[in-house]
Design a protein around this ligand. Structure first.
Ligand code: FPP
Length: 260
């Protein structure tokens, strides 16, 4: 029994040593400037444990904290997390209410640490449709971290890519009526400047957990040249080693952006 325990401890030590080594190695190469994550599988994680789905979301929130820390340490500049889509309002009322409380819970608990770590919080999505308590919590975090220069933690909250594009088109048509733009100067850069991600670089790496292989209305314009990394791991089980694995694979891919 004692021998088994010693062996287990040694294995754990080895694996954490090799993780620190891998972390140092990936930092020597090009780190994706912007990582976007579709955090999927919270419900299944809970169901597997015979727990209510909201427990999966609660566990997923803790992973958000760990991944923010890891991404910041690795030198990632922007971490965009798909926290609530424009379609997620269709979920049962209790689940929606719980999901709307998570930003408050997360920021209420971790905002001081995020400030300490120089993280800047942002929100991308239709903020005006959020319940007041959610809006107040995110606005406070945005205000309190606006001068921070470390990782940008960008929550996609009440976000949907098609909705974002429709809004951009409406604004473009309006500006065109006012003579601010016309057909001849409507370039890709101009369209990008009307999107909710306007101040951010396009994602270099997209991660989706839980084995689903789709984009679910997430950053369709911005992901045009992004590298995709899918894993069967459910979001509440996602660990730093998975993030590092995704970055290692990203570093081994040849990005050509349509060139040769
Ligand atoms: C998808 O999993 C997940 C969501 C719709 C919510 C994601 C939210 C978090 C991970 C927490 C966010 C934290 C903050 C701080 C805002 P699912 O419920 O669709 O899982 P399933 O496909 O297994 O049912």
């Amino acid at each position: 029994m004692f021998k088994k325990l010693q062996l287990f401890k040694k294995e754990q030590q080895n694996s954490s040593e090799s993780l620190s080594f891998r972390k140092l190695e990936v930092k020597k190469h090009s780190i994706p400037e912007h990582i976007a994550i579709i955090m999927d599988g919270n419900g299944r994680w809970a169901q597997k444990r015979a727990l209510p789905r909201i427990m999966g979301h609660n566990e997923g929130m803790k992973v958000v904290r760990q991944m923010t820390k890891s991404a910041n340490e690795l030198g990632v500049k922007v971490l965009t997390l798909y926290a609530f889509s424009t379609e997620n309002w269709k979920r049962p009322k209790t689940e929606v209410e719980f999901l709307m409380k998570l930003p408050e819970e997360f920021l209420g608990t971790f905002l001081p640490e995020l400030i300490e770590e120089n993280v800047q919080v942002r929100v991308m999505g239709n903020k005006n449709e959020l319940p007041t308590h959610t809006l107040n919590a995110v606005n406070k975090a945005i205000r309190d971290t606006k001068n921070n220069t470390g990782l940008i933690l960008n929550f996609a909250l009440n976000y949907g890519s098609r909705n974002e594009m429709v809004k951009a088109l409406q604004a473009i048509v309006q500006d065109s009526k006012m003579g601010l733009i016309d057909e001849s100067n409507l370039t890709e850069e101009v369209v990008s400047s009307y999107l909710m991600s306007r101040e951010l670089p396009d994602p270099d790496l997209l991660i989706r957990t839980s084995g689903e292989l789709r984009l679910s209305n997430f950053m369709l314009w911005q992901l045009a040249y992004t590298e995709f990394w899918f894993t069967d791991v459910l979001w509440p089980d996602f660990k730093e080693e998975h993030l590092i694995q995704a970055i290692e694979e990203f570093q081994n891919r040849g990005r050509r952006f349509g060139g040769v």
